[in-house]
Design a protein around this ligand. Structure first.
Ligand SMILES: [Zn+2]
Length: 263
């Protein structure tokens, strides 16, 4: 699979160094993820696709992945835009989205990509699999050197996320092209580390509930001591994601703001 990594030029507190998008040149010049529509990104896309962009495949509806769609559509009015529908979010990135679903096969560049639904970070999250090279275009499913944020109160779901990780592990990927950070050359090691990390966090959350009911704030204070004020809301979302999984598994329950262990 031939591709050019193109940086979206959007560094920031939520995106780190910013997003990678991937251009597959060929019969169907295809951009994977739309970036945010910076002039530099649009010019890089134009240079990499030889002036003609046929298609934009978007991994999920977060602004740093889908937000550039209207700017790309203005520059390439004939391009097709496709993602899995997420009704509440897609209107914010107003182009005529063609719906993608798990199991589809899409022509891209000079090859084909398989569409894999990988919810968890968001409900509409897709990864694109190139079987020939065992390469996964992974969006926000995996990031080298850190963990993926699961926004439990806005579409994130840890049960789904763990299932998605196991599904990708079963594919046996050789290389993962993420939307943030460097190319992942040993994805199986990272996938195992991710699963181990979540298992460890779950144990910490359960331990925090052992002696008494706790609020999310109390659990955060126990398992993430010394967090700065700006980071606390994200830690609370992460703890909520774990609590929702424990609720799903029948290991925790809630009474108002209080969470407690189910014996
Ligand atoms: Zn995202």
């Amino acid at each position: 699979m031939i591709f050019s990594p193109l940086h979206a030029g959007n560094p920031g507190p939520m995106t780190g160094a910013g997003n990678w998008t991937y251009l597959l040149p060929g019969a169907v010049p295809t951009l994977v993820d739309a970036g945010v529509g910076t002039a530099g990104h649009l010019d890089a896309v134009a240079a990499a696709c030889g002036g003609h962009l046929a298609q934009v495949l978007v991994t999920h509806g977060h602004g740093d992945h889908a937000g550039g769609a209207p700017a790309l559509a203005a520059r390439w009015p004939g391009a097709r835009f496709a993602k899995m529908p997420w009704t509440e979010r897609d209107a914010a990135h107003a182009v005529a989205w063609a719906p993608l679903a798990d199991g589809m096969s899409v022509e891209a560049g000079d090859t084909r990509l398989e569409v894999i639904h990988t919810p968890g970070h968001s409900p509409d999250h897709l990864a694109f699999w190139h079987a020939g090279s065992r390469t996964l275009l992974a969006g926000d499913l995996l990031i080298l050197g850190t963990t993926v944020f699961i926004p439990a109160s806005s579409g994130g779901n840890l049960v789904d996320y763990l299932h998605s990780l196991k599904r990708i592990l079963a594919l046996g990927p050789r290389r993962v092209l993420p939307a943030h950070g460097p190319v992942i050359e040993d994805p199986e090691t990272l996938l195992h580390a991710y699963l181990e990390h979540r298992h460890h966090r779950e144990h910490q959350v359960l331990t925090a509930l052992e002696s008494a009911p706790r609020t999310i704030e109390q659990i955060v204070a126990r398992i993430y001591p010394g967090l700065t004020r700006e980071i606390i809301p994200m830690a609370m979302e992460t703890v909520l994601a774990h609590l929702m999984k424990l609720l799903h598994d029948g290991l925790a329950a809630r009474d108002g703001e209080q969470w407690f262990e189910v014996q």
